[in-house]
Every structure is written in C-alpha cells, then in structure tokens.
Design a protein around this ligand. Structure first.
Ligand code: MN
Length: 138
C-alpha cells in the first residue's frame, strides 16, 4: 500500500550520519508537538525506514557513509510507495550546479549547511502543506 500523509503528529525521517547535525535537528524539532522525528544514520537505513514507517517528510543529508543522499532520494522517487514523500536536502555541498541538479532530480528544497533554523522551519512547513494538499489523509 502507498504511504499516505498521517494525522498529527506528523512524522519526519532525518537521514544524517553526523551526530552534531542530527542532534541539532532533534533538539530543534523536539520543540514542536506537531512533529515526531526519527533519525537514520546511513542512506540504506534511511531507505529501509522510509519504506517501513512512511514518514510525511524526509530530511536528507547528501554525504552519507554508504549511498549518497541524492541517489537515495531518486530511489524513493522511483518506488510508487514513497514517490510522493517530500524530501528536503540538508547539505554542506553548496556548489550551485549540484543544488540545481538536486532540485531537478526531485528534492523539494535544498538547504546548505549551515542553514538558518527559520529556513528549516519554512521548508518543513511548506513541504508538509504541499503533501497535505496534494495527498490528503485518508
Ligand atoms: Mn554527512
């Protein structure tokens, strides 16, 4: 069965291998009672969790120890079950061509580290609103 947007709290899957970066997001999103966050520390674990937990949103690091975040996002896009889940790239790679390629390949937004927490909030809220509008909860 395809993943469908959940009711509150909505679920966010963070795929991030760097502990400091992961903790920053965990602490920041921990202040929101409308979101539940789960962290995967590798691309393959992220793919596995995306398929099993059907998150409403994915925050994807690009440089991961196994599969890279761009490849992981493309695999999620190719799977009908997860194709519609918005994926936001959070990357230290700010090379403009890589950002452009990432957005063309399907990232909902691409934030470069260090990003402003306000920008992360805006991107998350826009992505959740987008999926709610386009794929209403059952
Ligand atoms: Mn990384």
């Amino acid at each position: 069965m395809d993943c469908i947007p959940s009711n509150l709290p909505r679920t966010v899957l963070q795929v991030e291998d760097n502990q400091a970066n992961a903790l920053l997001v965990e602490e920041f999103l921990g202040r929101r009672d409308d979101l539940t966050l789960v962290t995967a520390r590798s691309g393959s674990k992220g793919l596995e969790l995306a398929r099993s937990m059907c998150p409403d949103l994915i925050l994807m690091d690009i440089n991961l120890p196994d599969i890279n975040g761009l490849q992981a996002m493309i695999l999620l896009r190719e799977d009908p079950k997860t194709a519609h889940i918005p994926v936001i790239a959070l990357s230290s790679d700010a090379f403009p061509k890589h950002i452009e390629n990432g957005l063309e390949a399907g990232f909902f937004r691409y934030l470069t580290k260090p990003y402003k927490l306000n920008d992360l909030t805006s991107a998350i809220d826009a992505a959740l609103a987008f999926s709610q509008e386009n794929y209403p909860s059952a």
